[in-house]
Design a protein around this ligand. Structure first.
Ligand code: BDP
Length: 706
């Protein structure tokens, strides 16, 4: 072969590769690849040729819907639809039907039928324009999944009323716990410069049903509540509105002092109350559909009502009164713990909030993290779920992978979200039932966003799947993690059945692998200080006991684990008796929570007969082996997916494997100083000794931005 021929072949090969999915990741799950199945291609061409839309062409949401249909048709079936004014002429019909009783205000109903002329028709009905837009995205998802039009029958309404992203983004664009660049919100150039990203962001959220965004960090800056910044927030709200997305702000409790020149922020003080009312009026005059405030109070140094000897309810209610006339809400976080409290940190939120059940105003929701400590790789569900029957509660998940390997580890969170949602709070009720149960008409879920200005939005190409999974579960918490992974892969990487199965397998195993190489058997909070990257079970130098890893694993010559049963902190008593029964005995406790609830001896007999020490070693190594397996599975699809994406993920998986070994070796060498037991026979030898691991230091690890 001549050199030129080889060159041509290489170029052709590269071209083919580059036209495959998931190029630089910017398009997320809306790449709208050309339909490869010829039969379906033709069917969809016919269907999408004539479309009827509601005739209010001035409406921005309908205009967005139209644009989406044009874009998707062009890319998937290489044609432009014709929009007609007569329903009878159309093959796809979008229509408002207020009487449609199968759906709620945001829901949609999509039905295929054969009309009198023997033509296939798809009718999308909703009660509102935003419902139609959600229906449109659902239809386009089904087309991307190459579903035969005759099979399309779906009626769907979101299970939860509030489906919200929480951005921990700061005024200077740093992102607390962000691993995907700086914040997408550029406060310096707003309101005049409207980055196209804002629109793309809103579109992506709408495509998965997210209907709210808190654009500022929970560690709040009062400046956001000044007029100069509210005007900037208004610019964002105006962009997001037609996509069905409301804007919320975090409210710093001491704002009346900091920007209002008052002497106090006491929630019972009339001037303070009045200040918040005026502030709310000002916000609503700019943003009539402003969602409300998210508040982190009396937690990790943030000011709050307790500074004035008032309760969380008194603080929340004062703000709730200010936004109530405008139909706004207050989301009050239950993530509180205090260092003066000698009480087990896992117990403190429940102790504070349980007595306040029923004491909050009707427009207040309490937002509870999935577990009682802090977004650890694995935690049992938070005992407040099910314990506040008279208070609307919201689930808070962390999509950004602060404790989950950040943006270098491939960890699909679908199984983790589901594990929590499917946990039983008693014999007959699951967390999912508690979260779905509307109180005062309110229910919701929040996810701490993993979004930044990286070209692919989320840093790791697979981290997008977590944003996607969060949205899909917020809409329908009953979907399975594997179904969500499957549809995400089809819309991003491939439709080839074998490759799809391999990638899905990688994703579905990734969560358990990560738990195993970081914190198996119920261990938790043993990561590096500050940035939280990598292992540091020996950590014991921070000013607060409950910030230090040794507080959590409690290793000593006798054993390891936190005794949270009756002989210890008794945190287990905060759960229903039915749950307590499952976990309170160390010989029957589900072993994934063993060291969360029990301090057990190094020779404790596990259910499989191993000693605890040996099992700990095996579990850590299982995690490492799992990542090695993910790595070789990924290599096996190398030539069948786009080269750029393949290479990115390959490099990251190499880092993940190194990190997994690092976690295993550092943790076990350290725990061995207490167990004084040898590693099991043929156990892989650590690359370095313990002092080496203890000497590692990462002052510039990302995500610590304030
Ligand atoms: C912790 C984070 C910290 C957050 C805090 C919170 O390390 O940066 O401010 O959660 O949720 O996990 O308020």
């Amino acid at each position: 072969m001549t050199k030129i021929r080889v060159l041509v072949l290489i170029l052709v090969f590269q071209f083919i590769n580059n036209t495959s999915k998931a190029n630089n990741g910017y398009e997320l799950w809306m790449g709208y690849e050309k339909i490869t199945n010829k039969n379906l291609f033709v069917k969809y061409q016919t269907l999408f040729s004539v479309i009827y839309l509601p005739q209010n062409s001035q409406d921005e949401t309908i205009a967005i819907l139209k644009k989406e249909l044009q874009l998707a048709s062009k890319k998937m079936i290489e044609q432009s639809p014709r929009f007609v004014n007569q329903v009878s002429e159309a093959q796809i019909i979008f229509e408002i039907n207020k009487a449609q009783n199968k759906i709620n205000e945001e829901g949609y109903d999509i039905q295929t039928s054969i009309n009198a002329q023997q033509k296939t028709q798809i009718k999308i009905q909703a009660k509102t324009n935003i419902g139609l837009l959600y229906g449109c995205f659902e239809l386009l998802r089904l087309v991307q999944l190459q579903i035969d039009p005759s099979q399309i029958h779906t009626t769907s309404s979101p299970a939860l009323s509030l489906r919200i992203l929480n951005h921990w983004d700061n005024i200077n664009r740093s992102v607390e716990r962000g691993y995907a660049g700086i914040s997408i919100f550029n406060w310096h150039t707003l309101p005049d410069y409207k980055d196209k990203r804002y629109t793309d962001y809103a579109r992506a959220n709408a495509s998965i049903g997210i209907n709210g965004t808190v654009v500022t960090n929970v560690n709040a800056n009062a400046l956001f509540l000044t007029h100069d910044y509210l005007v900037k927030v208004k610019a964002l709200a105006d962009i997001f509105r037609p996509y069905g997305i409301k804007v919320y702000l975090t409210a710093r409790f001491s704002a009346p002092i900091e920007i209002g020149k008052l002497k106090t922020a006491d929630p019972l003080n009339e001037e303070v109350k009045n200040w918040w009312k005026q502030k709310a009026n000002e916000i609503y005059s700019l943003i009539p559909d402003f969602g409300g405030f998210l508040v982190k109070a009396n937690s990790e140094g943030q000011p709050g009502p307790q500074n004035y000897n008032r309760s969380h309810a008194e603080g929340a209610n004062m703000m709730a009164e200010a936004v109530a006339p405008h139909k706004g809400i207050v989301i009050w976080r239950a993530f509180v713990y205090s260092n003066e409290q000698p009480e087990d940190r896992a117990k403190q939120a429940y102790s504070e909030f349980k007595p306040l059940d029923g004491k909050f105003n009707k427009n207040v929701l309490v937002q509870i993290k999935n577990g009682p400590i802090d977004f650890q790789p694995r935690e049992p569900f938070h005992p407040l779920f099910g314990a506040l029957p008279n208070t609307p509660v919201m689930m808070e998940f962390q999509i950004t992978q602060e404790y989950l390997g950040q943006a270098t580890h491939l960890v699909y969170q679908g199984p983790m979200f589901k594990e929590i949602l499917e946990s039983n709070v008693d014999a007959s009720k699951k967390v999912i039932d508690v979260v779905e149960n509307k109180i005062n008409g309110l229910s919701g879920i929040s996810g701490v966003a993993n979004i930044g200005n990286d070209i692919n939005w989320c840093g790791h190409p697979f981290a997008q799947a977590n944003w996607y999974a969060f949205g899909r579960l917020a809409w329908n918490p009953r979907l399975s993690a594997s179904q969500i992974a499957n549809e995400w892969i089809q819309q991003t990487w491939t439709q080839d059945k074998n490759v799809l199965a391999t990638i899905q397998d990688i994703m579905m195993s990734s969560y358990e692998n990560m738990v195993n190489y970081m914190t198996p058997l119920g261990l938790h909070h043993i990561m590096g200080n500050g940035h939280h990257y990598g292992p540091m079970p020996w950590g014991n130098t921070l000013s607060r006991a409950d910030w230090n890893p040794v507080y959590y694993h409690r290793s000593d010559s006798l054993g390891i684990g936190f005794n949270r049963v009756a002989t210890g902190s008794n945190a287990i008593s905060q759960y229903e008796a039915w749950v307590q029964n499952k976990w309170s005995d160390s010989s029957t406790c589900n072993e994934k929570y063993l060291l969360w609830f029990h301090h057990v001896s190094w020779n404790h007999r596990m259910k499989n007969g191993n000693s605890l020490w040996n099992e700990l070693c095996y579990k850590y190594n299982e995690g490492v082996k799992g990542v090695a397996q993910m790595n070789s599975q990924w290599k096996s699809v190398a030539t069948q997916i786009n080269a750029e994406g393949y290479d990115q993920v390959k490099q990251l998986l190499d880092i993940q494997l190194k990190d997994a070994e690092w976690w295993r070796d550092a943790c076990l060498l350290y725990f061995q100083t207490f167990s004084k037991q040898p590693f099991p026979l043929h156990y892989p030898k650590a690359k370095f000794d313990l002092p080496y691991y203890q000497s590692l230091n990462f002052p510039y690890a990302p995500g610590n931005g304030k």
